[in-house]
Ligand binder design. Sequence first.
Ligand code: PLP
Length: 373
Amino acid sequence: MKIKTFKVERWMNEYEDDAVYNLGETCIDSMTIKELLELAGEDVEKYMVELADTRLSYSHIFGSPEFLQGVAGLYQDLKPEQVIPTHGAIGANNQVITTLIGAEDNMVSVMPTYQQHYSIPESIGADVRLLQLTLEDDFLPNLDVLRSLVDENTKMITINNPNNPTGSWIPVDVMKEIIEIAKSVDAYVLCDEVYRGISEDGSYMQSIVDLYDKGISVGSMSKVFSMAGLRMGWIATKCEEVLHQCHERRDYDTISCGVLDDKLAALALAHKEQIFARNRKILNTNRAILDQWVQETPEVRYLRPVAGTTALVYYDKDIPSYDLCVRLIKEKGVLFTPGECFEMEGAVRIGYAYDSKTLKEGLDKFTEFLREL
Ligand SMILES: Cc1ncc(COP(=O)(O)O)c(C=O)c1O
């Protein structure tokens, strides 16, 4: 199986360690175990002593009841048995696509998105049709274009909501239209919802599985829960056939998730309100810092992100985004991600959900860099 280089992951692997101002990160300021325990109201010493007695077996093959219940609680009326634990959202996306897509199928993927969604099916030999998101359409799927891309052999439409890198969020009425288009050709909708959970105003963010029986939601502990180190993700769907087929494949590529990972994730899920309150504050503060900087910097423009942890920022210099980002990290220590990693030239992705001081300083360094170019 020949597969293309995963550009964004390769970029991060190569440059993340050199960053003084890491604005390539997409998680909300990662937590320590201690911070989690404190937020959950646990006695840290007591919890750690008890944790030491955990038997390091394969444990619950299908996930602990507490974890499954916690994930089900992130959706409107999902049952714990409709959740499949995976090794991160990356494991979930891989499992769904490799399970459901064959060389004879076609599918539609939005662009930009996480590269798994188009490069894995391409590597399988499927016909992947790209639905380009544009600034003019507020980075929302253009429904007429989507209609023109599907046919009776379309097995899946895959979207990423909230979107990485643009920070757009598909409103429910648009999502319902996407579902109508999927229904017209009996296609699945895989929705990578790894950034779902924290809306600006605190309202519930509807998932694809709340709206469509052939909808498949992928989520994880990495981004809005600030726990990428757990490597816990999941597939959630009401579709029996998908659950069955993914379980069949999972025996080959997962067995079970880590017992410690499952335990800490279950604790976090049981205290999601406290974690989301911490993280909403970070997002709202940092989004305002980013927005103010964009307003004050005539060399850049963007569509203000409304969800997620990243923004796609266009610059007015005639330099490819990869070259710009390499020079920026080498000369100023600021790590962005080139738009080129998302096939979006003339732009950079800024991850703004870490600490506010690094964000402010990194953005100022970038202004300085642009003015010296
Ligand atoms: C859209 C999207 N999906 C999936 C992932 C993988 O996340 P995880 O850490 O849960 O494997 C990422 C990570 O950046 C992402 O941006």
